[in-house]
Ligand binder design. Structure first.
Ligand SMILES: [Zn+2]
Length: 201
């Protein structure tokens, strides 16, 4: 029923997470009928530019503009002796919004999952180990997700990082079990963070 170009747009929008076929059609019709050519072009350009000009921070592996450090690694007011480890760049954003942490971050880009074939080499763990070997880091705070994957990752990191830094701590489990850190509210994150405990390897 749809002309091919409209069909294509609906298909592409429908591939985004959380967008079902109905919403994809709604968005495509909005772009087709309610959006000026200028606005639609700006929207498409933003995606192309984002893909072309964004990469990973060479220090913490979060997202950064090509050839640059991320905003946090570039900020020398941030305490380099503490590293908060998160699985996903979006977790970092939640943590920042909670305003509880003044140190640096490290983004793993996932969690250990032997069943899915995700081992230490598939995550940004070598980079984290290298940072911990530099002699600057005192405390590593593990803010992995409160689920099996996150816990497996935290235990593994405690084992490999324990000998390298003075302290490895883990965020308190104030967040709902099985949930993602991303969906926890800022207050809960703040409390969980303050209640972090030493993790024995
Ligand atoms: Zn960085």
């Amino acid at each position: 029923v749809y002309p091919d170009p409209l069909r294509n747009a609906i298909d592409e929008l429908g591939r985004l997470p959380g967008i079902g076929p109905k919403n994809a059609a709604r968005l495509a019709f909005h772009l087709l009928l309610k959006t000026s050519n200028e606005d639609a072009t700006r929207f498409a350009d933003a995606i192309v530019q984002m893909k072309a000009q964004t990469t990973f921070c060479p220090v913490c592996c979060s997202v950064a503009a090509n050839g640059e450090l991320c905003g946090i690694c570039a900020d020398d007011r941030r305490d380099p002796s503490m590293i908060c480890v998160v699985q996903d760049p979006r977790d970092l954003v939640v943590m920042e919004r909670s305003g509880t942490f003044a140190g640096r971050y490290h983004v793993l880009h996932g969690g250990l999952s032997p069943l899915e074939g995700i081992g230490p080499d598939q995550l940004r763990i070598a980079e984290l180990e290298a940072r911990c070997r530099g002699g600057v880091v005192d405390e590593v705070i593990l803010c992995t997700n409160p689920n099996v994957e996150g816990d497996t990752t935290a235990l593994y990191l405690a084992k490999v990082l324990g000998p390298l830094v003075a302290k490895v701590t883990k965020i308190a489990s104030g967040v709902p079990v099985g949930g993602d850190l991303e969906y926890a509210d800022e207050m809960t994150i703040g409390r969980a963070f303050e209640g972090r405990r030493d993790l024995e390897a």
